[in-house]
Design a protein around this ligand. Structure first.
Ligand SMILES: [Zn+2]
Length: 315
């Protein structure tokens, strides 16, 4: 009885490996574009970078540049999110080896250390800023590598007008896990029903709050950059139907998640996948892009195998 169960499991595993391999091979062949996620680049010593990384991964300029050098050496060409969106919609063509580079949060290290390297290597990138946290240049905190500082609007404008960096939205003020009156929430503000003044938000109030946040980001963008954002990256990658509906109804071209994978023609523009890189040392861009090409297939296969392997252990 036990032996037949083992054979059955082995047969199922064999089938899954075969199907998974086939799907991975098909995924590998499909034209796709990886969108890389970075956060901060800072020229501080390793211990300092590590201690600051609890907020978001902090890379050294040399680690970031070795990523750019790898992309250059392998013939990758950086593309804009507008080009990615055209491709996903099935129009417009991309270079043979396209890659998009994104930075979340709007840390000042991006302006000081990543931006000059992108210019040096003639590469393009998108920086997603939390509109409420971008600093007023006249009242800003001075830059230091001892703590993390956010970009100011002068730096944002300089990058935006360079033709290399596109500035987009990481929401106005949804990058937190608390209500407007400070009550903590277990979930990111973009998907949580918050407690405001002791009462839980109704569905209508929740949707209104999302819409107001988008309107606020657009107002700030208009005042500072003379245009509205066209793309939004969800804080913590957290999104739901109402959040996607808000972005769609306000005319955003696409929204970006932190779901692991590459993007192909015909995919959902409102849920673009991205490729996260290792948080420490020099991220392995090569390995990350390769894995992201077939990640969804491998992940589902891994889950099936895990679930199956647990069967004999069940009472
Ligand atoms: Zn973020």
């Amino acid at each position: 009885m036990r032996r037949s169960l083992l054979y059955a499991i082995l047969a199922i595993l064999g089938c899954l490996v075969f199907i998974g391999g086939l799907k991975a091979a098909v995924a590998w062949q499909r034209p796709s574009v990886p969108i890389l996620i970075y956060h901060n680049v800072l020229d501080a010593d390793e211990a300092r970078r590590d201690s600051l990384s609890h907020n978001a991964p902090v890379l050294s300029p040399s680690a970031f540049e070795s990523n750019l050098a790898y992309l250059e050496r392998e013939g990758y060409e950086t593309v804009t999110l507008r080009q990615v969106s055209d491709f996903v919609e099935g129009r417009g063509s991309l270079p043979p080896k396209p890659v998009a580079i994104t930075f979340d949060d709007g840390w000042e290290g991006v302006y000081r250390f990543a931006y000059p390297l992108l210019v040096k290597h003639k590469m393009k990138a998108t920086v997603f800023v939390i509109a409420r946290q971008v600093q007023d240049p006249r009242r800003r905190q001075p830059f230091t590598t001892e703590r993390l500082t956010m970009l100011d609007w002068d730096q944002v404008r300089e990058m935006d007008s360079s033709g290399r960096i596109d500035i987009e939205s990481h929401t106005y003020d949804l990058h937190k896990r608390s209500s407007p009156d400070g009550a903590p929430s277990d979930y990111p503000a973009a998907i949580a029903r918050l407690t405001v003044g002791g009462a839980i938000e109704t569905d209508a109030a929740y949707r209104r709050r999302l819409n107001e946040d988008f309107k606020a980001a657009e107002r700030v963008f208009r005042a500072q950059l003379r245009r509205t954002p066209r793309f939004v990256a969800w804080p913590y990658g957290a999104h739901n139907h109402a959040a996607l509906e808000t972005a769609r109804s306000r005319g955003y071209r696409a929204t970006l998640t932190t779901d692991y994978g590459v993007d192909c023609a015909g995919d959902d523009l409102m849920r673009l996948r991205r490729v996260s890189l290792s948080e420490h040392g020099t991220p392995d861009v090569d390995g990350a892009i390769r894995e992201a090409r077939y990640a969804p297939e491998i992940y589902s296969l891994k889950q099936c195998v895990k679930a199956l392997l647990r069967i004999p252990n069940d009472p």
